[in-house]
Design a protein around this ligand. Structure first.
Ligand code: SF4
Length: 212
């Protein structure tokens, strides 16, 4: 049984798949409490669905791209059969994870968007950096930046682990907190090989909209 907060279709707002129509499966529960979290409604609320019921709902949208997110989707054991079933059905599957739990059992074919939590989140001590060795070139690492301190911390971690040499690196400002122009300027000054992103779904709808 899966505890599911919501299943909906929207425009992918993050990652290098930004702009593509996508079905989102948001699983309930998270083991972190990021200071700027925008999905606290997924900490507890949700209904129990069988794997078959979940797949049935996904199928109604008839889209080839599916993202499993949360919360922290890896907290639920049933997420593994879910990923396997979606792959078997031919979907392109993305997984967004907070980066504190091991991704070693996630199927290689799943596109993993692995967060690395910065100091501004208050959760940087939970980063499970062992995960870096399980990443493939199609996976992505996402830093969500609250301020200049987070930027410098991320730049340094990125350089220490030479992240850009084996995966894509995304720098995303906390929406409405860090100015996109400032972040762009810093990236250009340092010639950092990262992809700037914003949360497109918040630009299209609103920063507080749920289920889009
Ligand atoms: S990992 Fe994601 S869902 Fe969990 S507290 Fe942080 S931002 Fe919120």
């Amino acid at each position: 049984m899966l505890k599911v907060n919501e299943i909906y279709a929207s425009i992918q707002g993050e990652s290098s798949h930004t702009g593509l129509p996508c079905v989102f499966i948001r699983l309930t529960g998270c083991n972190l409490r990021c200071s700027w979290c925008d999905t606290a409604y997924a900490f507890h609320d949700g209904k129990n669905l069988t794997l078959a019921q979940t797949l049935e709902q996904v199928e109604t949208f008839n889209l080839p791209l599916v993202e499993i997110t949360g919360g922290e989707p890896l907290m639920q054991e049933e997420v593994y059969p879910l990923m396997e079933s979606l792959l078997k059905k031919g979907y392109r599957v993305m997984l967004e994870t907070g980066g504190s739990l091991s991704i070693d059992k996630v199927p290689e074919k799943v596109i993993k968007i692995l967060d690395i939590k910065c100091p501004g989140s208050g959760e940087e001590k939970k980063n499970h950096l062992e995960n870096l060795k399980h990443l493939s070139p199609h996976d992505e690492i996402k830093f969500v930046l609250l301020d200049r301190t987070d930027y410098e911390w991320s730049r340094s971690l990125m350089q220490k682990h030479d992240l850009a040499s084996f995966t894509q690196v995304l720098f995303s400002p906390v929406y409405d907190k860090l100015d996109l122009k400032d972040l762009s300027q810093w990236i250009l000054e340092d010639q950092l090989p990262v992809r700037l992103q914003t949360q497109l779904h918040k630009v299209i709808w609103s920063k507080d909209a749920i289920g889009v």
